[in-house]
Design a protein around this ligand. Structure first.
Ligand SMILES: [Zn+2]
Ligand SMILES: [Zn+2]
Length: 305
């Protein structure tokens, strides 16, 4: 018997042939045991925890259990913590685009503005026009609304759902402009720009989110009403874009709530979150396809396709 003694004499351990070894590293003797499963763990497999030393397997198992019971947002997604980065990013993009418009107005407006007659050959304008503005007041009003709605909705809906609702509302707004503008009118050749379609989409999302959470909705209805009055009384405002954004934001947010999987006391929150993400990704995809079909239909009607 020529084993290393590790400070223990043969009298101390009744079965010297069965020294405790790490289950993951059978060649390493370890007298330190995991607080949870009580198996020996070598220094490489020891993990410090609040309750004492855990082995690497127990640590992993506990992490997984914690993840499956972690609270989810009202859409079933992971809770968003920290600054509303999507909101800030959208605002930064609009401000940058506005600087571009001031530095090179012809180039930026020509490339980014949405105009029905050229929408099919410049399909990016369905989104890019949502980042351009007609003046500093237009920019400031839209960015203020985006900031107020965004920081709340981004927390409640989660980052990517919020970004998706915003962008799909911009797309919906320009789709409505394309659908509801007569190809025989001058407007067919006129340009549309502004984040208003997206902002109206957020107004609608705000209403539906608060209704589903049982929060008050009167203020939002007043806000939407006021903005609709402005839309229809001030000339030079694209009412089609505003209504399109409003309808799209409402439809997509309502569909997300309707399809969200319900949590029960025993359900695995992580699996639930994955199912919600899949369903909600499907909602967004369906909305994009709907816009494409509507645009294609109108294009065929007016002989563009
Ligand atoms: Zn353990
Ligand atoms: Zn080990």
């Amino acid at each position: 018997m020529n084993r290393p003694s590790y400070g223990y004499s043969a009298e101390d351990s009744p079965q010297p042939d069965q020294q405790p070894t790490c289950p993951r590293h059978p060649d390493r003797v370890s007298y330190v045991r995991c607080k949870r499963c009580e198996r020996p763990a070598c220094p490489d497999c020891q993990r410090g925890a609040a309750v004492g030393m855990l082995c690497v397997d127990c640590e992993r198992q506990l992490n997984r259990q914690q993840a499956s019971t972690r609270p989810r947002n009202s859409m079933g997604g992971a809770m968003t913590r920290g600054a509303p980065v999507v909101t800030y990013t959208l605002i930064a993009l609009c401000v940058l685009a506005y600087l571009g418009q001031m530095l090179a107005p012809h180039i930026v407006n020509q490339l980014g503005m949405f105009a029905p007659f050229r929408a099919l050959v410049m399909p990016w304008t369905f989104l890019s026009a949502g980042f351009l503005h007609a003046g500093i007041l237009h920019l400031v009003l839209n960015m203020y609304a985006l900031y107020i709605c965004g920081q709340y909705l981004e927390q409640v809906m989660g980052r990517w759902r919020f970004a998706a609702v915003y962008l799909i509302s911009v797309l919906g707004g320009h789709t409505a402009v394309f659908l509801l503008t007569s190809a025989a009118s001058l407007d067919w050749f006129g340009g549309t720009l502004g984040a208003s379609g997206g902002v109206f989409g957020l107004f609608a999302a705000l209403f539906i989110v608060n209704r589903n959470r049982g929060a008050q909705t009167t203020q939002i209805l007043v806000l939407i009403g006021l903005n609709l009055v402005i839309t229809f009384t001030v000339s030079n405002i694209s009412w089609q874009g505003h209504l399109g954004g409003l309808a799209m934001g409402a439809a997509v947010t309502a569909a997300m709530f309707a399809l969200r999987p319900r949590a029960t006391a025993t359900s695995d929150r992580q699996a639930l979150g994955r199912r919600a993400a899949l369903l909600h990704g499907g909602v967004i995809a369906a909305a994009v396809v709907l816009c494409l079909l509507l645009v294609a239909g109108k294009a065929v009607m007016v002989g563009m396709l």
